[in-house]
Design a protein around this ligand. Structure first.
Ligand SMILES: [Zn+2]
Length: 153
């Protein structure tokens, strides 16, 4: 998507670690019961801030594609928002990467049920809700673990 300007940003190490803590256990648990489990890692997901591509998607604050999160605003804001990160990484790691989400299916769901009730959005919202307190806890633990990890950036 180099046609669309935007800056690629790497998550701060602390945020990356905390997200991995969540997704490694979720993906591991899915694999253990034989569900579709992506092999992709958190660091293989590209985050693009101030993205024109995201701005083309109406008022959405972010939009995703396979291994990509496009942000309308800044990455700093994104990485300070555990709920939003879980939501968008859920779309990428648990939906795009498993093949359950495709552009066509997403559009079909939106036509049938609208944005709010489409199953991909329902799953991402539920996922964020279920894991937000754990992600906050992991972030606090890593901050407390001291030097070497810094928020921001
Ligand atoms: Zn969403």
């Amino acid at each position: 998507m180099r046609l669309f300007p935007g800056n690629r940003v790497v998550p701060p190490p602390l945020v990356h670690r905390a997200l991995e803590g969540i997704f490694v256990s979720v993906i591991g648990a899915a694999a253990a019961v034989g569900a579709a489990a992506p092999s992709v890692r958190v660091d293989q997901v590209r985050v693009i801030e101030h993205s024109l591509f995201a701005r083309l998607h109406g008022r959405a604050i972010a939009t995703t594609r396979r291994r990509r999160i496009y942000l309308r605003g800044s990455a700093v804001e994104f990485f300070e928002n555990p709920s939003l990160m879980l939501h968008e990484y859920c779309h990428v790691l648990l939906q795009w990467e498993t093949g359950s989400l495709t552009t066509l299916r997403y559009l079909r769901e939106c036509l049938r049920r609208g944005y709010w009730n489409n199953r991909f959005e329902v799953q991402a919202r539920e996922f964020a809700c279920r894991h937000e307190s754990r992600l906050r806890e992991l972030l606090r633990e890593l901050v407390a673990a001291g030097p070497g990890f810094k928020m921001g950036g």
